[in-house]
Design a protein around this ligand. Structure first.
Ligand code: MG
Length: 391
């Protein structure tokens, strides 16, 4: 691969994802008159039912705990915003990173990671449950909006970005989009950006929500050198500022610093690897988008801090325990009697059992539970315990 400074007519770098060179959709469609292929993907994602449900799904705090915490929807918007900034600065495809970012959590269960872990436990004998894989299932199969095909029929590039991780046994069943996990190849740069933008977004907004909730304090956060550094700078610049303003200013500066380092370091890595096309990027054994070592460490330390002080805080634990019980109750009840689900799912589970045995029915149940919002899951569990039908 030789170095090349040229850009495509679109102004994008030659190694960006170009919608005109997309690997296409599973069901071929004529092009849209006014939008490129990735803009069309983004629009389909925004119009999906799964996207609207994100507003009532937990990020860390359950939806009813307060009006100002992040939900999966606002999280996804923040990811998209960060990813677009990075993509634009690097002459990569902003429409594609936006589509991937907005779709990346569509497969998330209610109640954040606690919900996903419990559903995975419930599904242990039936192939497990992975939220990345579920996001792909949502856009490939579960959304019912179009007469001509199941799912949203998104481009290969958007689907490639949505499937961030997946177990090898699943990768083998996924055809083109699973192949890179078997061959240990990379996705395109836009997918790599969306992946890291997710990390930047949740680490920083969890600090913000943690402080807002009172579960974290500024004094605790001073243990983290990366936070302490920005705290010192903000206090020096704005002596006497309210603690809430100081905290928000710190979060804002941390995001800015991470994004800046990500762009500089990734540009350097691209200059060294000299990819000419997206397929050159895909053929590499390592991603090109990433932080410098100090920033990688800063992110890792922050993540570790949040694990110790926020995600395992007794208040969050109480919520996650209740979340896990709720998911387990729903799964057991539906498994014991499919008719406890609405008729559409009950008949699907019965048909899946005919076709694929217990594992087939369990997948239908997992799809139904994963699609629920936090409050729908709580209400459904209440209804079941009281012998009422699920409304
Ligand atoms: Mg996410």
């Amino acid at each position: 691969m030789r170095s090349r400074a040229s850009t495509s007519p679109s102004g994008l770098a030659p190694y960006a994802a170009h919608d005109t060179a997309s690997r296409g959709r599973r069901y071929p469609e004529p092009p849209s008159e006014y939008r490129n292929e990735f803009q069309r993907d983004r629009d389909r994602i925004i119009h999906s039912t799964a996207f609207r449900r994100l507003v009532y799904k937990t990020q860390v705090f359950v939806n009813h705990e307060g009006d100002h915490y992040r939900t999966r929807l606002t999280h996804s918007l923040e990811v998209a915003q960060i990813a677009r900034t990075v993509a634009r600065a690097m002459r990569l495809n902003e429409d594609l990173v936006e589509a991937i970012s907005l779709a990346h959590d569509l497969g998330h269960t209610p109640f954040g990671h606690a919900g996903q872990d419990e559903l995975n436990d419930c599904m242990r004998e039936y192939g497990g449950f992975e939220h990345n894989l579920q996001s792909l299932r949502v856009v490939d199969e579960l959304e019912e909006r179009y007469a001509a095909f199941p799912g949203l029929n998104l481009t290969f590039e958007t689907r490639e970005g949505i499937l961030k991780h997946c177990a090898l046994r699943h990768a083998r069943e996924l055809g083109d989009v699973g192949r890179r996990f078997i061959e240990r190849r990379q996705p395109g740069l836009e997918a790599q950006i969306a992946n890291i933008a997710d990390e930047i977004a949740y680490n920083n907004h969890d600090v913000d929500d943690g402080l807002r909730s009172g579960l974290l304090t500024i004094a605790q956060l001073e243990e983290v050198p990366f936070v302490a550094e920005h705290l010192r700078a903000v206090r020096a610049a704005y002596a006497g500022a309210e603690p809430e303003i100081v905290a928000r200013e710190v979060v804002r500066r941390m995001i800015g610093a991470l994004v800046g380092d990500l762009i500089r370091t990734s540009q350097q890595a691209i200059a060294e690897a000299c990819p000419e096309t997206i397929d050159d990027v895909r053929a590499l054994s390592k991603p090109l988008i990433g932080f410098s070592e100090p920033y990688r460490n800063a992110q890792a330390t922050l993540k570790q801090f949040l694990r110790e002080h926020l995600y395992t805080h007794p208040h969050v634990r109480r919520m996650t325990d209740r979340a896990r019980e709720t998911i387990r109750l729903l799964f057991d009840a539906f498994s014991a009697d499919y008719a406890r689900m609405p008729p559409k799912y009950a008949s699907r589970a019965a048909a899946a059992e005919e076709r694929a045995g217990k594992a087939g029915a369990a997948r239908v149940i997992a799809d139904y539970i994963a699609g629920m919002t936090d409050r729908f899951a709580f209400n459904a569990a209440d209804a079941l315990s009281q012998g009422r039908p699920i409304a």
